[in-house]
Design a protein around this ligand. Structure first.
Ligand SMILES: Nc1ncnc2c1ncn2[C@@H]1O[C@H](COP(=O)(O)OP(=O)(O)OP(=O)(O)O)[C@@H](O)[C@H]1O
Length: 222
């Protein structure tokens, strides 16, 4: 298994109840899993734990057979090789598209940086937009650039936190299909959290339903 999350539990210090309890998830390489749950069910918390921004109370997280977190080991977020796409895209407003994309590629030599940026721009079909600033792009285009920026360093795992919440309904439908196509083409294992079952159905290979910190597998798409 490429991703193995076992018996994960977490609670915020100022909360009485556990936000996550006995969370299990295994994923094959290249699989897209959607975690579907109502507001407050713990979806964003789960992603924050997986990428190392929160320390779990207990449980094991392994990616590609490497322990990221267990009772004796905790790998720092920047060492986990995980890409994130947030609700608000979080593009740097003072940088053009190209600079936004190469931001995470500073360790590469200049030539390779440029090649990789061109490659991901090609993947999202936006080669002609590299000189534009985020304010010169539509919501859907910004969303694709955020995705390209997350994919550029070739993460082992991609986490997407409700990336459509700022898009209008028509655009949301179009982007859903595009997003699945881009992620599948890139072959990146991805976890996508959402409260919208249509989003989950359209994008994921498999859906987990999250309720009060517990996750239930759905055997069929819903
Ligand atoms: N920093 C924090 N400190 C304490 N409690 C928190 C903190 N962040 C979130 N919570 C609580 O943990 C629970 C889960 O929050 P989380 O943001 O993970 O839910 P979510 O499913 O992502 O919700 P949404 O869809 O609204 O973003 C909520 O009850 C929330 O109030």
């Amino acid at each position: 298994m490429f991703v193995e999350i076992k018996d994960l539990a977490f609670h915020y210090p100022n909360q009485k109840d556990f936000t996550l309890a006995k969370f299990f998830l295994t994923m094959e390489k290249g699989e897209i899993v959607s975690v579907l749950g109502a507001s407050g069910s713990g979806k964003s918390t789960l992603l924050r734990i997986i990428c190392g921004l929160e320390v779990p109370y207990s449980g094991v997280i392994k990616i590609n057979n490497e322990v990221m977190s267990d009772e004796s080991r905790f790998v720092l977020p920047e060492k986990r090789g995980i890409g994130m796409v947030f609700q608000d895209y979080a593009l740097f407003p003072h940088m053009n598209v190209y600079d936004n994309i190469i931001f995470g590629l500073k360790k590469l030599p200049r030539k390779e940086r440029k090649e990789r940026a061109d490659e991901v721009l090609e993947l999202i079909n936006m080669v002609d937009f590299k000189k534009r600033y985020p304010y010169e792009l539509s919501g859907g285009q910004q969303q694709r650039i955020a995705l390209a920026r997350a994919l550029a360093p070739q993460p082992s795992l991609l986490l997407l936190d409700e990336p459509f919440s700022n898009l209008d309904a028509d655009l949301q439908i179009k982007i859903r299909e595009e997003l699945r196509e881009i992620i599948k083409k890139a072959g990146i294992t991805s976890i996508f959290v959402t409260h919208d079952r249509e989003d989950a159905n359209a994008i994921a290979d498999r859906i987990l339903r999250m309720e009060h910190g517990f996750a239930y597998p759905c055997t069929v798409k819903i």
